[in-house]
Design a protein. Sequence first.
Length: 240
Amino acid sequence: MRLQSVIRAIYPPQCVACDAQTEDDFGLCAACWRDTQFIGGLVCDTCGTPLPGEDHGELVQCDDCMTIARPWSRGRAVLVYTGVGRRLVLGLKHGDRTDLARPVARWMAQKIADWPVLDTVIAPVPLHWVRVARRRYNQSALLAQEMGKLMKTPVCTDALLRPKRTNALVGHSRDARFAELSGAIVPNPKRVDQIAGKAVILIDDVMTSGATLAASAEAAKAAGATNVSIVTLARVVKDV
């Protein structure tokens, strides 16, 4: 305990979103907490986007999920992709902030704490190998690994492959995103035995249109998954 006290004196806990000191490790300071839009209350059961109104325990869907066929059964997101939420996603994805995976994965695991995990495998949305080489890691795989530890659930980080190198999707329309990802994600033939007959929880950092998650869910089903759900750290929300 003495050594831990010395370490904490030299390296006091810091906010995961800024350099401010905090009381506990892996937390947010008061200012960042106020600027972080955690998703709660009434949400779309399929994608996790927040909805107006009160949560009375009924399953509801947003307009997009009522008009777009989603190849997964349900979904949740932790943060609105704005402010601190956006900063955390970009730090994890492009800023070498791999240290963020542990605290935000805890938020993600807490979000689905009531989901059954029997005969379930956690799998990340895959990246093309060129992007992995440039970034040196797949941020979704880091999140999946941390969630697997917390949930005591098997993780298959290479269950899905992305052999087709797609263009950056930022700024593309919804239809263009879906077209770009057609056939881009496939099941890994070496890992089909780990997916077949299991429920799969797909993990990604952020959901915009859902095109990447849809392609991944279809690939998981092609590998024999009995059911697919999605969990993302952040969700792009309209009119935010």
